[in-house]
Design a protein around this ligand. Structure first.
Ligand code: ZN
Length: 68
């Protein structure tokens, strides 16, 4: 799987990481500092949950920057 780039947390500036639950077939991105996170993304055959979660996370980083 190719490495997916995650931006730093818009709230605390710490590193973000993927959390995967094989039990629920869900994936999301969480911050290692303040533990804010994206909503959970359910795996699907045609679309990787990690890619989707990363997309949501990175877009939120952008949105937070645009607020200023
Ligand atoms: Zn954070």
């Amino acid at each position: 799987m190719p490495e997916i780039e995650l931006r730093f947390c818009p709230f605390c500036g710490k590193k973000a990481m993927f959390i995967q639950s094989d039990i629920d077939s869900e994936s999301y991105v969480t911050c290692s500092g303040c533990f804010c996170r994206t909503r959970k993304i359910h795996y699907s055959a045609e679309y990787g949950a990690n890619e989707r979660a990363a997309e949501i996370w990175n877009r939120r980083v952008q949105d937070e920057k645009n607020k200023d």
